[in-house]
Design a protein around this ligand. Structure first.
Ligand code: SAM
Length: 275
């Protein structure tokens, strides 16, 4: 990568910037009192901007740099890893492979980790009808991480919903990478808009609802959670800033949820309750 270093800032050398563009610069930026002008090849520059210096610099592959910084994330019995770190999962931990990409949910956010930990603390293999595997609803599925984790932890099935259409194929691909595609389903939509979908399949309720959204949305959706979860079964809500906890507590109380418990991590909270 060929960079011409010119002393000054974009402001102090404003009148010289056009000369650099005209000379063939492909990009300009300012770092620490120096203007960096990117060129494909050395050129002869006009006198006004000849007080700089040409430097050949190593190309920076930002994607590779980002990938290098990713570490496995341990959450309860699950360790979330990108595909190239699969071998680093400790024995006894369940490896949940997520390809980092456009959808939220690589496990690096506190709220994802808190939610996987909460799922890990439930006996999902026996929380369904007559002690069978739980049917889990994941509202705001993103990468599908929570639905996939639920099935890996013993749930019979998990349905992931998301209003963002780009997440659906990503979540399906992640489910396939983890070999749980037959027990997960991902559908575009919001909870209140998918009644037809639920009714067509004769679904009357879920044994667990997990939702990593935000406090104001939980407040709006709590009645839907109550309508979709089997009486006595848990909801796991996160994406809640600790300052907004009173809003979620009040909403759960309003809909008759009991056994409300909170887990805090930094500025983030996770709330569990029973319908
Ligand atoms: N479940 C993943 C996790 O825990 O890492 C992703 C959570 S991400 C914070 C929230 C997701 O909820 C986003 O993918 C967003 O598109 C989706 N979302 C936002 N509002 C929604 C709604 N009303 N219904 C369903 N999904 C929604």
């Amino acid at each position: 990568m060929l960079v011409y270093h010119l002393p000054g800032t974009l402001e102090t050398r404003e009148t010289d910037l056009d000369l650099l563009w005209e000379a063939g610069a492909t990009g300009l930026e300012e770092r620490g009192g120096t203007i960096r002008a990117y060129f494909d090849a050395r050129v002869t520059l006009p006198g006004e901007v000849s007080d700089g210096e040409w430097r050949e610099e190593a190309d920076q592959d930002w994607q590779a740099e980002f990938k290098r910084t990713l570490r496995p994330v341990r959450a309860g019995r699950v360790t979330i890893v990108p595909p190239w770190l699969r071998e680093e999962v400790e024995p006894g931990q369940l490896p949940l492979v997520i390809e980092p990409g456009m959808a939220f949910g690589t496990g690096h956010h506190e709220t994802t980790r808190l939610a996987v930990e909460a799922l890990s603390g439930l006996n999902l293999a026996e929380l369904g009808p007559n002690g069978t595997g739980a049917r889990v609803l994941d509202v705001g599925t993103g990468s599908g991480v929570l639905a996939i984790a639920a099935v890996m932890l013993g749930a019979r099935t998990a349905l992931g919903l998301d209003i963002d259409p780009i997440t659906i194929p990503i979540a399906r691909e992640n489910a396939e990478i983890n070999g749980v595609q037959d027990r997960t389903m991902f559908v575009e939509g919001a909870l209140g808009e998918t009644e037809i979908y639920f009714n067509e399949r004769g679904l009357v309720g879920y044994d667990v609802i997990v939702a990593n959204l935000y406090a104001e949305l939980h407040d709006l959706l709590v009645a839907e959670y109550a309508a979709h979860v089997v009486r006595g079964k848990p909801v796991i809500l996160t994406g809640i800033l600790t300052a907004k906890l009173p809003l979620v507590r009040a909403a759960l109380e309003r809909e008759g949820f009991t056994d409300v418990q909170e887990t805090l991590e930094g500025e983030w909270a996770l709330v569990t309750a029973r319908a």
